[in-house]
Write a protein that binds this ligand. Structure first.
Ligand code: NAP
Length: 244
């Protein structure tokens, strides 16, 4: 008897930044679940040598640089060319730079905006026709608890701005795909134990951070939910905060 959950077999999921940190944990988990995974990464050669199970026909490692629009087009085309469909898109690639009101130079702010917001927007635009076509497409955008609130004066204003924008993008994508069965989640983890947090002030100390595998398990759960179980936002916190 069916438990009402969606099965992994036969479904194809794209993961940006799937070669390292949270993205690599998501890619490994989804592959172990039985999905076909398409990893969009900057250094294809490096990730081919580190990812592991690449020879079972369920793994594509393709070039994707969030700052280059042509690579987004190329990655989507390569995924469809290889697997013939796209069932899920995980917008994971992202960067954190300290940006505050004291900074006159806006280079880091521009860079974060392009990688954290414009690139996911672009990938959604390119993947949506394919996600609509399968009838149960899923998008998970890795936002952050910094997209849900501004923590304190030690936080990066710029990072919080981009992650708030990712949540707006997620809600907009949900409207764009809803009638065709596309469901979208802004997944908002607190501190996760990856290189992203190296030297960042004010965050949860290393011993208290989540493992990337915990975020990967949440993504796996979200992808298994049927159309009538839409989760628009999913905060996962390491610390006690009101409403988060
Ligand atoms: N760690 C946390 O505490 C935490 C908490 C909440 C949300 N997040 C979010 O989770 C996501 C993953 O972060 P992480 O913790 O796994 O960070 P990470 O370990 O620093 O990894 C960042 C990932 O993004 C990729 N990336 C960076 N710039 C890119 C570009 N221009 N084009 C393509 N890929 C690029 C990296 O690829 P390369 O290997 O090529 O550099 C890498 O795969 C980010 O969106 C981050 O904001 C993290």
């Amino acid at each position: 008897m069916s438990d009402g959950l969606l099965a992994a077999a036969g479904r194809v999921v794209m993961i940006s930044g799937g070669g390292r940190g949270i993205g690599a944990a998501i890619a490994r988990r989804l592959h172990a679940d039985g999905y076909s995974v398409s990893l969009g990464v900057r250094d294809v050669k490096r990730v081919r040598s580190t990812f592991g199970p690449c020879d079972d026909g369920r793994v594509l490692i393709a070039h994707f640089d969030a700052t280059l629009a042509t690579t987004a087009q190329g990655w989507v085309a390569e995924t469809v060319g290889r697997f013939g469909r796209i069932d899920g898109l995980i917008n994971n690639a992202g960067i954190l730079r300290q940006v505050g009101f004291q900074d006159e130079d806006e280079t880091a702010l521009d860079e974060m905006w392009r990688i954290n917001v414009i690139a996911p927007f672009r990938l959604i635009r390119l993947a949506l026709p394919h996600l609509r076509k399968v009838g149960h497409g899923r998008i998970v955008n890795i936002a952050s608890t910094d997209g849900k609130r501004y923590r304190d004066a030690s936080s990066s204003v710029g990072y919080a701005m981009t992650k708030h924008a990712v949540i707006a993008l997620s809600h907009a994508a949900k409207f764009a795909g809803w009638e065709h069965g596309v469901r979208v989640t802004a997944l908002c983890p607190g501190a996760v134990d990856t290189e992203l947090l190296a030297g960042v002030p004010g965050v949860t100390p290393a011993a208290g951070r989540m493992k990337p595998e915990v975020v990967a398990a949440a993504v796996s759960f979200l992808l298994s939910l049927p159309d009538n179980a839409s989760v628009a936002e999913m905060p996962i916190n390491t610390r006690l905060e009101s409403t988060l």
